[in-house]
Design a binder for this molecule. Structure first.
Ligand code: HEC
Length: 182
């Protein structure tokens, strides 16, 4: 009888562990679909005449791709910059295009001890959502107003495929940013 009870206990524990592992695996894969699966991302594509619902995708995309360097609240740390000046770059002439290029080709400047890596693997929809997320958070929203037109997914594709290095992106920054601006 004692053996019988011990076996039941062992099986119960084993079943519990296997289910926990399965649940954990499922949870992980459910998160991983973002940016790895264009077909899944396509679900977020706006239907003609409908606005792009980017909020949830932007938050998730920021957490997955940016916060390890720029911090959960965009405050930066160590050699990684804060993201509170992104709206002033966006509003400068040429800044709208420049910010897309930073993400597609990376950025190397003398301002920071590390480069920003290229993020060209991000799907157009996800990159649009993440850019809009940054522009509406971290204090950037205060520089925008009702007339601000945020990014649309169609803006990303035409900027892919340029011959642009992270140093080349820095050159473009010098052209667009007014002297004295961060
Ligand atoms: C591996 C670390 C790392 C990751 C991941 C990363 N960045 Fe950066 N980012 C940097 C560094 C370092 C710089 C500064 C580069 C420089 O000026 O040389 C930077 C610069 C920037 C800038 C400022 C550009 C400018 O002209 O001042 C923006 C905006 C930005 N990152 C947004 C993002 C977003 C959004 C993501 C996620 C999609 C992201 N970064 C992911 C490290 C990172």
């Amino acid at each position: 009888m004692r053996h019988f009870l011990a076996n039941i206990a062992t099986y119960t524990i084993a079943i519990f562990l296997i289910s926990a592992a399965a649940l954990f695996g499922w949870g992980r894969s459910a998160q991983l679909v973002i940016s790895d699966e264009p077909t899944v991302l396509q679900r977020f594509a706006p239907a003609p005449g409908h606005p792009f619902e980017w909020t949830a995708l932007g938050e998730k995309g920021y957490r997955r791709n940016c916060q390890s360097c720029h911090g959960p609240e965009g405050r930066g740390w160590d050699q990684y910059p804060k993201l509170d000046h992104t709206a002033s770059l966006f509003l400068a002439a040429g800044g709208r295009e420049y910010l897309i290029d930073v993400h597609l080709y990376g950025l190397t400047s003398a301002r920071w001890g590390a480069p920003m890596p290229p993020m060209a693997h991000l799907h157009d929809l996800e990159l649009t959502a993440v850019l809009n997320h940054v522009l509406t958070h971290f204090g950037n929203d205060q520089r925008l107003d009702d007339r601000t037109v945020l990014y649309e997914p169609e803006e990303i594709g035409p900027r892919r495929g340029q011959e642009l290095s992270p140093w080349g992106v820095e050159k473009r920054r010098q052209e667009i940013v007014l002297p004295g601006r961060q």
